[in-house]
Every structure is written in C-alpha cells, then in structure tokens.
Design a protein around this ligand. Structure first.
Ligand code: ADP
Ligand code: ASP
Ligand code: MG
Length: 415
C-alpha cells in the first residue's frame, strides 16, 4: 500500500464538474488500495475575487483579517471535493490547515510552515478515508488562521507529503508539465521531462508561476520527488528531482545546455533614490529600513556620479509592496537629503536559468545582443552562477522572452 499526495490547483477545481472529475481521479487511486491525501486550492479565481472585495471595503486591510478572508476559498473547494467523493461512495473528510495540524510562524499573509502534527491526518487515514486538506493555510501559536503567500498551496502539498513520508507527490495543474518557458507566451516552448530542484527553484523564484518557490525548496530539503502534471490528462508530466535522481532515470550524464528555461516576472516595480551621499553605511541604512518593514528587495544597482560624492540607487520590489516601500524610501531620502525618489510600475524582469551557464561563457552577451537588436532597453541587470536577469519596460517583457527563447534554441533542445 502506498501513501499518495495529490494537489489540485485553482483551474483544476474551478467548476462543480471539474471537482467531480477530481473526485473520480482520486477514487480510482483509492480503489487500488492506496492511502490518499488531497490538497486543494480555491476554485478558479476565488482568491483574486476575495481580494477584490477587500479592496472595495478598505485601502489598508488588517493582515489578520486578510488571512481570515482569503483562507475561505480553500475551505469551499475542500468541502465540495469531500462531498463529491462521499457521493461517489468513497469515504472522505475535509480538514482546514489548522485541523490538519499545519503549524505556521506567527506572521500573517506570508508565514512559513514550521511543522505538521500528523495525528489527525493519520487517524483519518486509518479510518480508510481520503483526507482533503485546504492548501495555502495553517494555524499560528494563537490558533489564528494564517496564509503562507499567494500560490502557496503547492508548498502545503509538498510539506504534507514530506511530513507523511509519502511515496508520491503529484501536483495537478492546467499545463502538462514544466516548459522551457510559459507556453502561454511562447507556444513552441518544450516540455521538460526532468528538471533539477536548483533550476526549478530559480525559475519559480524568478516568476515562473507554475510552482510556488518554497514548495521546491521544501522538496529539495526532504528529497521529495514532485511530479507536476495535467489534471485532465493521463500522461506523465515533469519530474522535479535531484541531479542524482535524474542521472539514475536518464542513465547518462545529461547534455548540459547553458540555458534550461526562461522566466518572466511582471509583478515587480522599480524604485530609485537620486543623489544619495556616497559613503559607507548608506546602503545598509536604506535596505535595513526596508528589511525592518519585511519588504523583500530584489535587484539592486548603484551608479556613480563623476564628483564621487553622490550615487543613485535603484532596486526592485514586488508590486504589492510598492506603496509601503515608497513610504520607507521617501523617509530615508529626506533623512539623507537625497535629491528625490522616483518609481516605475511598468517594468518586467526577464531571466535565463540553467546550471550549465557556469561552464559556458558568452550567455550574457548573447542575451544583451538579442535584446539590443530588438531595441529593447535594459534598465537593471543581475547575475548569479545559474541565472541572468534583466529588467525591461513592461511592454517589452513578452517580446523579450519570445526572442530569447528562439535565440537560445530552446524549442529544439532534446533531453
Ligand atoms: P495552479 O492554479 O494549478 O496552481 P498556476 O496558474 O499557479 O496553476 O500555474 C500554472 C500556470 O503557470 C500555467 O498555466 C502556465 O501559464 C504558467 N507557467 C509559467 N511558466 C511556466 C513554465 N515554465 N512551464 C509551465 N507553465 C508555466
Ligand atoms: N488560492 C491561493 C492563491 O490563489 C493559493 C494557491 O492557489 O496556491 O494564491
Ligand atoms: Mg499555482
């Protein structure tokens, strides 16, 4: 008997008919004699709709009430799926994150999962039930409902699978695997049979929405293989696993192409502080103040002035954090007697990802040339051993991805 964890995303449980389809799929596994735990997201765009309702009521929502509100979406789909399973003669029970023993940090809106107390899940499994758990949420030390960040149901599923030492962790979604880039942007994108945790983590962190970054981080820590696949098809998707596991599967060292995938992040905004003093401690002061407000800063660039006394600083933040980040930046700019603060919401980040980049020089210059030929201006650049990111005008983002996908022959890579 195996222990199987399935996760179904918003589109896969978007209508009553789709929920019944999921129930059929789950029942089939259960009927083979396996134990099944299912983690679900909210139906369709429910979470966005709840946030929309919130915005009609207030400009500055209390984080605790935000979590109370947005966590309800998952409760609807979990209860409906449990009912659909029961209706088909399959014993099932739905549990909230808290009831399932998902314990989080005491931070509203983006807590990490600290631990999963498995007693209740195990009890229900022993009673031969399919256990349906709400993704995206847990409970803090006060017993408050906490959410773990947008897209977080993937992380709920992997954390639960890891804690249960499950044999299989299938993540069902509306594409049939991880592609070289978002197939909605590049229809010629190729499905990858395998991708390493490291590359997937980078792609996900850089905006490829297909998996929540922390789900990949969690899977790599516990060496849990993720099988990302289509909820309406019976075909294999993409296996996200360690390089050693991939090697075992393919039976030979993989050809290391420099670039494995391209990610586009349209959810960023740029902030600039003009003419700040160029002396030790200034960056620490600016980014220390942002960190204190728990604002994640991504790319940072400091440019020099010919006088040597001043510098301009630019950085990116996630769009939803722009308002808070601007307040902090303006306060610090005034204290430092900087010339001013500018910002731009109309930017996007395009990133190339691949472990093979380390050993193949020329990737960055090819990226810059490709963008230059199309007259796409690069505003910020950042690099690491396995990625190169460029911030460009939002309107150029998709075109940049299409051109780079072609330039690096990603449609032609054979695994
Ligand atoms: P779910 O609701 O199942 O969690 P998401 O909408 O969060 O699904 O993620 C699936 C979407 O991710 C796909 O529809 C696809 O457009 C997008 N996506 C972005 N990058 C990639 C990629 N490299 N490979 C596959 N899908 C991607
Ligand atoms: N429903 C949540 C969201 O839309 C979590 C998820 O779908 O993973 O962000
Ligand atoms: Mg998702």
């Amino acid at each position: 008997m195996s222990l199987i964890v399935h996760k179904y995303g918003g589109t896969s449980v978007g209508t009553p008919e789709k929920i019944k389809n999921v129930a059929r799929r789950v029942k089939k596994v259960k009927d083979q004699g396996d134990q099944v735990v299912v983690v679900v997201s909210a139906m369709g765009h429910t979470t966005d709709e709840l946030i929309d309702l919130m915005n009609q009521v207030t400009d500055s929502p209390d984080p605790r009430e935000y979590d109370m509100l947005v966590s309800t979406g998952e409760q609807v789909s979990a209860a409906l799926l449990a009912m659909a399973l029961q209706a088909s003669g399959c014993p099932a029970i739905s549990l909230t994150g808290g009831q399932a023993g998902v314990v989080t940090e005491d931070i509203y809106k983006k807590a990490r999962i600290k631990e999963i107390k498995l007693d209740r899940i195990k009890e229900e499994l022993k009673e031969n039930k399919v256990v349906v758990i709400t993704g995206f949420q847990g409970e803090d030390s006060k017993g408050d409902i906490i959410t773990i960040g947008r897209g977080g149901s993937d992380t709920s599923a992997v954390a639960i699978a890891a804690a249960l030492k499950a044999d299989v962790c299938d993540i069902y979604t509306d594409v049939d695997g991880v592609y070289t880039t978002d197939p909605r942007i590049v229809p010629e994108a190729r499905k990858l049979k395998y991708i390493s945790y490291e590359e997937m983590l980078e792609l996900a962190s850089l905006g490829a929405q297909v998996l929540h970054p922390r789900s990949v981080e969690c899977a790599s820590i516990y060496n849990m293989i993720i099988h990302l696949r289509h909820s309406q098809k019976e075909v294999d998707g993409t296996f996200i696993m360690s390089p050693a596991q991939i090697l075992k599967e393919v039976g030979k060292m993989e050809k290391q192409e420099a670039v494995r995938g391209i990610a586009l992040d349209e959810n960023i905004a740029k902030i600039g502080l003009l003419r700040v003093p160029d002396r030790p401690g200034i960056a620490a002061r600016i980014f220390g103040a942002l960190a204190k407000e728990k604002i994640n800063v991504d790319m940072i660039i400091q440019s020099i002035h010919s006088s040597g006394q001043f510098a301009d600083m630019a950085f990116t933040v996630d769009k939803p954090e722009l308002k808070k980040a601007l307040e902090v930046a303006e306060k610090i700019a005034a204290e430092l007697k900087a010339e001013g603060v500018v910002h731009d919401r109309d930017v996007a980040k395009v990133s190339l990802v691949g472990i093979g980049m380390v050993s193949q020089p020329g990737t960055a210059s090819k990226m810059f040339e490709t963008l230059a030929e199309a007259k796409i201006n690069i505003q910020l650049i950042s690099t690491s051993e396995i990625k190169i990111s460029c911030v460009v005008k939002a309107a150029d983002g998709k075109k940049a991805v299409q051109l780079l996908h072609k330039a690096f022959n990603l449609d032609k890579i054979i695994q």
